[in-house]
Design a protein around this ligand. Structure first.
Ligand code: ADP
Ligand code: MG
Length: 708
């Protein structure tokens, strides 16, 4: 039942709609909507005892009430108790103010005290008329996070009512909670209405046992749902893609101009072992920029293709997809593998032919953007899906991918086609169930351990922890924008030595025009300063074909300098590029800066990254730039990023408007997290009912999001 239950058919009031907008639908949602802070209306202070800047509640009689025209019209009210007098000043007021605050009235007033010119005063205090013995509040008054359409008083009432109705009975069996934590009902009752003696400090730093209880419940719900997802997947079937001796993957290894690093070998084996099983793989391959994930993906694709199955490789941008396509064609076509290319840009006949080649299985590997997972795309027998730069895909796209690949929401013809196809597959003998493809995700932004244990508990992780040999460390330098000329001189040197240079301009949020302006200005400036050199320009407003053409010229070395907005951010690979200049580096996120820096230092050329900034720098920007100067290590960068931003934002949850963890803090609550991790499997095994009820209570509205 909705919280503030509207009568049937009656249109919802504005506050009701505002409640829903905040996701406060069920009683339990309201009960879990905790105060931001509290106001202490449990005691009165004598006027004489208030000090400057105190937030105080006092009571007295009105001895004067007048409207005066000073700098502007204002209502001035003087009250007195037996200790002293206090002036109340209202710059906005209604006739009702004057009525309540009439001379002789007894009023209770709450606000910030200022030692004004004419003695103590409060500007716009809250006030109410009281009698001689009107009781004080028995508990601290909660102040809730809210929106403009939802008055605090309405929300307080709604929460109070919901708290009384919400089913808050204990669902966790006795003895399973960490010691010292109160029952949920008590914890919530307390947090909404703490008693007058409560230490505000333990509420603020969330160390109070009531807070601990909520955090624990939240972490437990999250661990349970991850574990359930993992088990659900374990019951699904995937084709067993066994590695064939002397197969295509060995041929690729023999043909490559380099030997795999030990780390690449290790992760390739982990993946091969996974896909040889009948259970769908759900693995993240993480490795710093330039660590060589693509070739590992290619090896996995070849094993799948050798076993008679199709493979799809998806990248978040057309440019990156196109680069992959070029590279994979170069590696795989000589081995006789048919590689296809699919993006949103394909229309009409070309698209039809493309789709037909997927549907009849003649395309063995398809490379593209998320267009690959769009409706109407059916594979004859998809055995392995690879998602590059997984974290760059939006939450929506990740969900779509998941629905398409994991949740049995395939295009109508797919299951039948698959089963038929499966019967011809040499390694497959279960013809009854539709088969899921294996899923490999790749990311250059490593997941810190705490996050891997929580959000990604449902994921196996392989890590490439070394770079190919011969890479020169990238030297990072910070330049204030007034030293542009020095930077341009440096570019001239690089170009004279036959090297290539990136110049990246920031994306200016909410202004594509400014964004473009920035890039075109920089382009003009560099063209003028580097007469004779070929300077290219790449920005988000260009068509996919134009972008591809500019990128291709740079890749072939025909363009010496490439000015670009952040479209080049992920994955592009031009080993001859030796200098990365990032303009307005203070506007970029840390992960983004590190990704951009990873565009150079990909060959054996000594490389540098110049961070141009415009001051003054805020604390966060300073911390980010400092991290860039101090380390080249992607794991360390990710750790610092988490520190600077906090996990909510790290996960990109901010964009989705929904933080994954509302109460718990992974950095602070590791003891609770450990307990929740240990308890989750026990609960699922011994008390599945309790586990189900706990998850439903906590995650009903966000279960879908949690899976992405
Ligand atoms: P990322 O992990 O960032 O996706 P890539 O797969 O693009 O990295 O690889 C970066 C560059 O290193 C590519 O040019 C790739 O061909 C090359 N490379 C990959 N593995 C090795 C290796 N073992 N030795 C030398 N170069 C390698
Ligand atoms: Mg890559």
């Amino acid at each position: 039942m909705p919280a503030a239950a509207p009568a049937v058919n009656k249109p919802k009031s504005a506050p009701q709609r505002a409640l829903e907008k905040l996701g406060l639908r069920r009683d339990i949602d309201l009960a879990l909507h905790l105060p931001l802070r509290y106001e202490d209306e449990t005691r009165l202070v004598r006027i004489a005892d208030t000090r400057d800047a105190d937030l105080a509640q006092v009571e007295g009689r009105v001895i004067d009430c007048r409207v005066e025209q000073r700098a502007r019209r204002q209502l001035l009210v003087r009250i007195a108790d037996d200790s002293d007098e206090l002036l109340l000043r209202f710059l906005h007021f209604y006739p009702s103010h004057q009525k309540t605050l009439a001379v002789g009235a007894r009023v209770r007033v709450r606000g910030e005290v200022r030692g004004g010119f004419a003695g103590r005063e409060m500007v716009h205090p809250t006030f109410k008329a009281v009698g001689e013995d009107t009781p004080l509040a028995a508990a601290l008054t909660p102040v809730y996070p809210t929106s403009a359409q939802l008055p605090q008083a309405y929300l307080r009432k709604a929460v109070g009512a919901a708290l009384a109705r919400a089913p808050l009975e204990e669902v966790l069996p006795a003895g399973t909670l960490p010691p010292g934590l109160p029952p949920l009902r008590d914890a919530l009752a307390f947090l909404h209405h703490p008693g007058p003696q409560t230490s505000l400090a333990t509420l603020e730093d969330r160390s109070h046992p009531a807070w601990q209880r909520l955090k624990f419940d939240e972490l437990l719900a999250q661990q349970l749902s991850q574990l359930q997802a993992k088990r659900a997947r374990a019951s699904l079937q995937a084709p067993a893609l066994a590695t064939r001796r002397g197969g295509l993957h060995e041929k690729l290894l023999a043909a490559l101009p380099f030997a795999l690093t030990a780390a690449q070998h290790r992760v390739a084996h982990e993946i091969a072992a996974d896909i040889a099983r009948r259970q769908p793989m759900h693995r993240l391959l993480q490795g710093d920029v330039g660590s060589g994930k693509t070739v590992v993906a290619a090896l996995a694709a070849l094993i799948a293709i050798d076993a008679g199955w199709q493979c799809a490789l998806m990248a978040p941008t057309e440019i990156l997809a196109e680069q992959h396509f070029g590279k994979l064609v170069g590696w795989l076509e000589p081995l006789g593998v048919r590689v296809a290319w699919l993006t949103g840009g394909h229309k009409g006949k070309a698209r039809k032919a493309m789709l037909a080649s997927l549907a009849d299985g003649s395309a063995q590997l398809v490379v593209g953007t998320h267009a690959v997972i769009q409706d109407g795309v059916a594979f004859e027998r998809l055995g392995l899906a690879i998602v590059d730069e997984q974290h760059r895909f939006g939450v929506e796209q990740r969900l779509a991918l998941r629905r398409k690949l994991v949740d049995h929401d395939h295009t109508p013809s797919a299951p039948a086609g698959r089963v038929d196809g499966a019967s011809a597959a040499p390694h497959h003998d279960d013809r009854s169930a539709p088969l899921e493809p294996h899923l490999l995700m790749m990311s250059a932004t490593p997941i810190p351990r705490t996050l891997a244990m929580t959000y990604y508990a449902d994921l196996d992780v392989s890590t490439i922890d070394e770079l190919p040999p011969g890479r020169q460390p990238i030297v990072t330098r910070l330049f204030v924008d007034t030293r542009r000329d020095d930077v341009i001189a440096r570019i001239r040197d690089e170009v004279a030595r036959g090297r290539q240079v990136y110049w990246v301009c920031p994306l200016i949020e909410a202004s594509e025009t400014l964004d473009l302006q920035n890039a075109t200005d920089a382009h003009a400036e560099l063209c003028a300063a580097l007469s004779g050199a070929d300077v290219g320009l790449l920005h988000g407003r260009m068509t996919a074909a134009d972008k591809a053409a500019v990128m291709a010229r740079f890749t072939r070395g025909e363009t010496a300098v490439l000015v670009a907005t952040t479209v080049i951010e992920v994955g592009v690979d031009v080993p001859n590029a030796s200098l990365m200049v990032i303009e307005h580096a203070e506007r970029f996120g840390l992960a983004q800066l590190h990704q951009l820096r990873g565009r150079v230092g990909r060959g054996e050329v000594a490389s540098a990254c110049v961070l141009l900034y415009t001051g003054p720098l805020g604390a966060t920007a300073k911390a980010r730039l400092k991290a860039m100067l101090e380390t080249n290590d992607g794991f360390e960068i990710a750790r610092r990023d988490l520190e600077i931003r906090g996990p909510g934002e790290f996960m990109g949850a901010r964009q989705s408007g929904d933080a994954l963890l509302r109460f718990a803090d992974l950095a602070e609550d590791s003891t609770l997290l450990q307990h929740a991790r240990a308890l989750a499997p026990v609960l699922l095994a011994k008390h599945p009912e309790a586990a189900a009820r706990h998850v439903a209570r906590w995650l009903a509205s966000r279960a879908e999001f949690m899976k992405a």
